[in-house]
Design a protein around this ligand. Sequence first.
Ligand code: NAD
Ligand code: IPM
Ligand code: MN
Length: 351
Amino acid sequence: MPKVVVLPGDGIGPEVTAAAVEVLREVAPDVTLEEQAIGGGAYDAHGDPLPQRTRDAVQDADAVLLGTVGGAQGSPWNALPRHLRPESGLLALRKALGCYANLRPVRVQPGLEHLSPLKAELARGVDILIVRELLGGLYFDGDRRIEGSVAYNTMRYTTAEVERVAKVAFWAAEQRKGRVTSVDKANVLEVSELWRRDVQALRDREYRSIHLNHEYVDSVAMLIVSQPSRYDVIVTENLFGDILSDLAAVIPGSLGLMPSASLGDGPGLFEPIHGSAPDIAGQGVANPAAAIMSAAMLLRHGLKRSDAANQVDRAVALALREQPTRDLGGKADTKAFTHAVLSAMGSPAVG
Ligand code: NAD
Ligand code: IPM
Ligand code: MN
């Protein structure tokens, strides 16, 4: 029996994860779910944002489903030494699982163009996959410190790190439209120069059927929202990918519609890209769609159950049509939306 470790986390994390768990139980009743602590709550209870029990539990899991971590701007968690903060627990988890490739799909389902703030003709048919490198760059290793009035972080990448994530992007493009845009800042940064050189060399060596182009991150920030149909697969380094994916959430209409899958050496990690949304936490109004769609990605990539994954995605699309949540201009709260997804799973497939 497959085992999935569930890490609800902080803020709206437990609210949206509960919704995703309800859906998982419905479509995969044989899967064992084991809940563990992460983030600020884990620090409060165990003095560690990624307690040893959680580390042990994820190591022999088939997949990990995560909610969100972190507190509000003024939270006491933000005054802790950096390694004890909620976000450090999440970064340590990604590292422990070896999840170097973070897949962040941006999709406007047919009939849901009205949820986008973009003109319908721009939003229609958008289907982008952002592949964000997740274990390198400014986030990890290197020289990082703060010394009085001087602070350092180091952006560092090796050819091996670039190639392993680029392979995931090329592999994904092979199942899609065969186009990859590699995003960098090679006009200014040496790291980007290496990134661009290595991605191009890999394409020329092993993926000649893929159409690869290179664009600068500042320009992509503009083009991704003004001409989103230009893109099929985007591959980029850690921080650029973090920022571009929140920006891309504008296209479907909310951060609450952005799931993700982090893949690599061990069990995959599946989580919405949004944060703990302290401004709405505890009110029962968070949009659980991103968490539910992350559970669908878990079914697809983590448990190799594509049929169940497709069933969940279809149900989410139907629920969004009938019961949009508040962030999308609708009225449904978390429970009502989840109920709509569960009912839609029993309905025959539509469009
Ligand atoms: P956020 O993503 O939590 O919220 C940004 C805005 O989007 C807020 O107005 C919020 O209400 C809204 N929003 C986000 N998800 C939503 C949902 N599912 N339904 C409806 N509205 C939603 O970003 P932030 O406010 O900058 O960060 C809050 C905390 O979350 C910080 O501590 C940050 O470090 C943390 N964070 C965690 C993760 C993660 O766990 N993966 C990701 C990003 C931020
Ligand atoms: C995300 C988040 C995280 C990141 C933070 C909370 C560490 O913003 O998952 O996008 O920057 O990767
Ligand atoms: Mn982010």
